[in-house]
Structures are given as C-alpha cells and as structure tokens.
Design a protein around this ligand. Structure first.
Ligand SMILES: [Cu+2]
Length: 198
C-alpha cells in the first residue's frame, strides 16, 4: 500500500514538471551537462587503463573469458617503447594460468596457425605493437580456474630491458574482440576494406 502511494505522488510530481517545462529547462540542461561530464570521466578511466615502467607502456590489457570445460585462453594488449628505448617482450606469466606463451598467428597453406615466438620487438618511439585476436597474443594454458567476465587477471610481462611490468587484464566476454566494450583493440587502425578477417 505504502509503495503504490509513493508512486502516485511521484506521477503527480512529473505532471507538474511537464506543465512548467520552460521554468525547469535550465535545470534540465544542467543535468545534461552533468551526465556528459560523468560519461567523460568513465571514458577517461578506460583510457587510463595503462601501465608505464622503465620506458615501456602497456595499455588496455584484457583476456577472454573461458567457456565451460576450456582451460586455455588468450590475452591481448598494446605496448609501446619510449623514444630512444628499444626493447623486446620476452615472456609473461600469470597466477591465473599454468603457463603463458607469446604467440603469433600466421597463414600457412591457406590456414591460420598459431606459432610460439621467443620475443616480440618494440622499436624505439614507434607506434604501439598490438596484440589482438587474430594476431600476436599471449596464450594462456593450464588455467587452474575458468576466467569469468568481469574478473581481473594479473599478468606479469617480462621485457628484456624494462624488466617486469605487472598489469591487470580485464576479463571480457568469450567472443570479445576488444576490451571494455570496444569492438577491437583501441590502438588498432581500422581494417582496410576487403581485408581478410583472421
Ligand atoms: Cu595461441
């Protein structure tokens, strides 16, 4: 009873606002500006999902959630070396995976294959190297527990010169192509039309 009475008075209040719309317009504009500011802050937080240490910056690390019964997954990120700092990613590990390997994806006689690589090079001051689905990635194997969407996965990245950089990868949906609602790794240039989708 109490609840429905509250709702009635709320409706009455709404009618009043609608009737005197002009008078309330400045306040509504204020709310709109506030909402825009909040969106800006949230996007800002997503953009700031990066880690810098000893001349290397790692941005937007994420991993794919695992469907039931799967104990492997992939992790993706962007990395960049500062001017006059040349480096190589030479390894990675995670408490959430038995092993983490560096993989590349190559086309071999018409089929996409993954291949383990020893290192992924970073040129000094160059644009980001992108690890993404269908390209370079971190292969997570022997997961002790499934990765669930919304979890944070600790990853330690080992660079030849910069040393170890610890990051937290967000766990995104099973078929995600990018982090935090992006449809691709944010640093990726848009695909040229007609590009092969691997
Ligand atoms: Cu792989």
């Amino acid at each position: 009873m109490h609840r429905s009475r509250t709702r009635l008075s709320w409706h009455a209040g709404r009618k009043q606002v609608a009737g005197k719309y002009a008078r309330y317009a400045p306040r509504l504009i204020g709310y709109a500006i506030l909402a825009a500011a909040l969106i800006f802050i949230v996007v800002g937080i997503a953009t700031a999902h990066e880690y810098s240490s000893n001349g290397v910056t790692v941005a937007h690390p994420w991993a794919r959630a695992t469907p039931g019964g799967t104990n492997i997954s992939g992790a993706f990120l962007e990395m960049k070396a500062a001017a006059r700092h040349r480096d190589r990613l030479v390894g990675a590990r995670s408490p959430g995976a038995g092993a983490v390997e560096l993989h590349s994806r190559i086309m071999e006689s018409g089929a996409a294959k993954m291949r383990r690589v020893d290192a992924i090079a970073l040129k000094a001051g160059a644009s980001s190297v992108i690890l993404k689905p269908g390209g370079y990635h971190l292969m997570l194997t022997d997961l002790p527990a499934p990765l669930k969407e919304g979890d944070l996965l600790k990853l330690t990245l080992v660079f030849e010169k910069a040393g170890e950089i610890e990051v937290e990868a967000t766990v995104e949906p099973v078929a995600a192509m990018g982090p935090h609602g992006f449809d691709q790794q944010p640093g990726t240039a848009p695909k040229p039309t007609g590009a092969h989708n691997h």
